[in-house]
Each structure stands twice: as structure tokens, then as C-alpha cells.
Design a protein around this ligand. Structure first.
Ligand SMILES: NC(=O)C1=CN([C@@H]2O[C@H](COP(=O)(O)OP(=O)(O)OC[C@H]3O[C@@H](n4cnc5c(N)ncnc54)[C@H](OP(=O)(O)O)[C@@H]3O)[C@@H](O)[C@H]2O)[C@@H](O)CC1
Ligand SMILES: Nc1ncnc2c1ncn2[C@@H]1O[C@H](COP(=O)(O)OP(=O)(O)OP(=O)(O)O)[C@@H](O)[C@H]1O
Ligand SMILES: [Mg+2]
Length: 330
């Protein structure tokens, strides 16, 4: 993945409309207490800084006004979806819409497209990833997109990976796929982090120091933002390290990382668009990543209150609206 011309940002993983109900709004400890546990910063930063970080997420959320036209609050592209995996790109694309993007595109394989379309009429689905002209087919849409989420359900088929890599290469016109592209965010899970880190740093990961490990990987990638997902989400841009501990649940159904990537695609665009005065000089991508992690965990928490062991990612999607409201609109 690299800097796509015309696209504001890229996220790689590899991102209900009812009013907040009383039942959802006020269970658990008061929001202040929840938020205080939600994050801790690397040594140099104070508790006050941490609280401010949450305020910064609120600052980047664009107001809903009558003056806007369709597309202004986010046109997001998801590159993923293969024969085996149709759920992952759907989760990312629908979560982007539900968090507030106006348009959500999925670029997937021919076989995956009708399946993904049938999940939702809201998604715009392009069956191009395995076509001989895949690079051009994706490239022509890029000037119209604000952010790309690359990876959900891409699988590992060589030809598919080659198309995606080549496409980003062409668009980026950069010598490497990711190195130094500071508008990118990588969201590896535990296993993906170890694989990536060991490939880049050529050293075993020190699992006793997650913050240091994430910081080092980000630095080695030229300050690409890295979100290491897990019991705590550890986020770094190579200069600072944030940790998101917001209470989720112990339910680990598949697809939660896909939800996070869809949120992130939207929040990254909002943060970059809001400008440095809204993020108070803080890295917009760190603010966006913190917001996306918090929202994922809050959706998980709320869904688990209702469904317990039966919680699935679709249940989390139904919680996006009340979770967003609880975290960012109170
Ligand atoms: N509905 C859909 O379409 C969905 C599609 N998806 C798509 O699936 C593709 C593969 O994605 P993936 O995440 O399953 O990765 P993969 O490299 O096969 O590793 C899996 C193995 O790694 C381990 N492991 C994982 N996490 C760990 C942890 N925290 N801590 C420790 N170990 C951990 C674990 O190994 P175990 O030790 O349990 O055998 C597990 O078996 C990808 O394209 C993705 O987008 C998903 O998004 C879900 C919804
Ligand atoms: N042990 C945990 N405790 C609490 N929350 C967790 C834990 N592990 C992951 N999460 C939450 O779930 C989200 C997704 O992380 P996960 O590691 O499941 O990603 P993933 O493996 O890429 O998911 P996917 O199934 O979508 O591919 C994280 O952002 C984090 O908030
Ligand atoms: Mg994943």
C-alpha cells in the first residue's frame, strides 16, 4: 500500500439509526470513569493529555449541516473481498457508512461481488480485483475517494495480491509500497504484527514491551502509523504511543478488526480534513486511530450486554449509532 494520488489516506489491516435508548445509554460506570480507563500515553504525557485526546476525537467530527452535498463527509473505498471472504469487506464498508461516510465502495473479485451486493443495497460494488485490467479499474476511481481501506477479506491468492500491490504502486509512484507514507495506518492483529515486525526489523519481537515494539515498527516504516490490536490497542506514529483500553468484552468473534478498519477509513479522512488546529498539533492519524479503536470496543461492549456469548459482528454494527453517540456526542 502506498500514497494513492487523489486519495487522502489509506488504511490497511491486514472500516442504527435509532436514537440512543435509555437502556443503552446508561449502563456501566459513568462515562468519565470509562474514558479515564480508555487510554494511557507513553511516558512523556500526562493524564490531562490523555483526556484531551478524547476531546480531539470529538473535534474532528464534521458537523451535519444543510450546506453539504453528498460525498463531503466521506467517500471511502474498501479493497478486499475474495471467493472465501465476503463478510470482511462488507463489515468494513457498512461500518464506514454507519459511522457517517456518505459513499462506500467495495473493490472485490468477480465472484464476491454479487454476494456482497446482496448483503446491502447501500454499497457500491466493483467486481474488478481479479480482472486483467484490475489496476486501471481501481485507479480510475481513486481521485473520487478520500480514503482507501486495503485488505479486508483479500485472502492470499498470489494473483490478487499482485494486482493490489501493482495498483497501489502505480498510483503512488513511490519506490516502496508503504515506507514513509505518513498518511497510512496499518492495523495488524497479534499474529500479523509479529509477522510484519519480524520482516521489517529482522529481529524477534519483544512481547514484554508492546509499546516499544509498536513504536519501533512505526519508526522503521518511516513513521507510518501502526495500530496493534489486542487486549489493549497500542497505537504509534513513531513519535508518540497511545493505548486504548476502553472496555469491550471477552467475546472474540471474527470481523471486529474489519469494523475497526471501516471506522478508521472515515475518521482518518475527517481528521486530515479538520486540520491541525482541530487536533491541537497532535498527529491526526493517532487521534483517528484512537477514535476508531474506542468505537470498536464500545460497540463490542454494548452488543455483549445484549447477546453475551451469541454476540456477532453484525450485532456490533447495530450498536454503531448508540456507541458513537455515547462516546463522542455527550
Ligand atoms: N466473515 C469474513 O469474511 C471474515 C474474513 N476475515 C478474513 O479472513 C482472512 C484471514 O484473517 P485472520 O485474521 O483469520 O488471519 P490468519 O492469518 O488466517 O490467522 C488466523 C490464525 O492466527 C491466530 N491468531 C489470530 N489472532 C490471534 C491473536 N490475537 N492471538 C493469538 N493468535 C491469534 C489463530 O491461530 P490459532 O493459534 O488459534 O490456531 C488463527 O487461527 C483475512 O483476509 C480476513 O480479512 C476475517 O476478517 C474475519 C471475518
Ligand atoms: N483480548 C482482547 N480484549 C479486548 N478487546 C480485544 C481483544 N483482542 C482484540 N480486541 C478488540 O477487537 C478489535 C479487533 O481486533 P482483532 O485482534 O480481533 O483483529 P482481527 O484479528 O484483525 O479481526 P478480524 O476477525 O476482523 O480479522 C481490536 O481493535 C480490539 O479493540
Ligand atoms: Mg483482520
Amino acid at each position: 500500500m502506498a500514497s494513492p494520488a487523489g486519495v487522502g489516506a489509506a488504511v490497511a489491516g491486514a472500516a442504527v439509526v435509532t436514537l440512543l435508548s435509555a437502556a443503552l445509554a446508561f449502563y456501566g460506570p459513568p462515562l468519565d470513569a470509562v474514558l479515564k480507563r480508555a487510554f494511557s500515553l507513553h511516558k512523556a504525557h500526562s493524564i490531562k493529555d490523555m483526556e484531551n485526546t478524547f476531546q480531539l476525537v470529538k473535534n474532528i467530527i464534521p458537523p451535519l449541516t444543510t450546506k453539504k452535498h453528498k460525498g463531503q463527509d466521506g467517500r471511502i473505498g474498501i479493497v478486499g473481498g475474495s471467493q472465501e471472504y465476503t463478510g470482511a469487506p462488507y463489515f468494513a464498508a457498512i461500518s464506514a457508512l454507519k459511522v457517517g461516510a456518505d459513499l462506500s465502495h467495495v473493490f472485490c473479485t468477480r465472484e464476491a461481488a454479487p454476494v456482497i451486493k446482496s448483503y446491502s443495497p447501500e454499497l457500491i460494488v466493483h467486481p474488478v480485483l481479479d480482472s486483467p485490467d484490475a489496476v486501471h479499474e481501481v485507479e480510475k476511481w481513486l481521485p473520487r475517494l478520500h480514503a482507501l481501506v486495503v485488505g479486508p477479506g483479500l485472502g492470499r491468492e498470489e494473483a490478487l495480491l499482485e494486482n493490489v500491490k501493482d495498483g497501489l504502486w502505480l498510483i503512488a509512484q513511490q519506490p516502496t509500497l508503504i515506507q514513509g507514507y505518513q498518511k497510512a495506518v496499518l492495523t495488524p492483529n497479534h499474529v500479523e504484527f509479529i509477522r510484519l515486525s519480524e520482516a521489517v526489523l529482522r529481529d524477534p519481537v519483544d512481547s514484554s514491551d508492546r509499546r516499544g515494539a509498536v513504536l519501533r515498527l512505526s519508526q522503521a516504516l518511516g513513521n507510518v502509523t501502526v495500530v496493534q490490536k489486542g487486549e489493549q490497542d497500542v497505537i504509534s506514529d513513531g513519535e508518540q504511543v497511545l493505548e486504548c483500553n476502553l472496555q469491550g468484552s471477552n467475546r472474540r468473534c471474527g470481523g471486529q478488526g474489519d469494523l475497526l478498519s471501516g471506522f478508521l477509513g472515515v475518521l482518518v479522512q475527517w481528521a486530515l480534513h479538520a486540520g491541525p488546529e482541530k487536533t491541537n498539533g497532535f498527529s491526526p492519524l493517532l487521534v483517528a486511530a484512537f477514535g476508531a479503536c474506542s468505537l470498536t470496543r464500545q460497540c463490542n461492549h454494548q452488543a455483549f450486554q445484549k447477546y453475551g456469548r451469541s454476540t456477532t459482528t453484525s450485532d456490533m454494527i447495530a450498536e454503531i449509532r448508540p456507541a458513537f453517540s455515547r462516546l463522542f456526542e455527550t
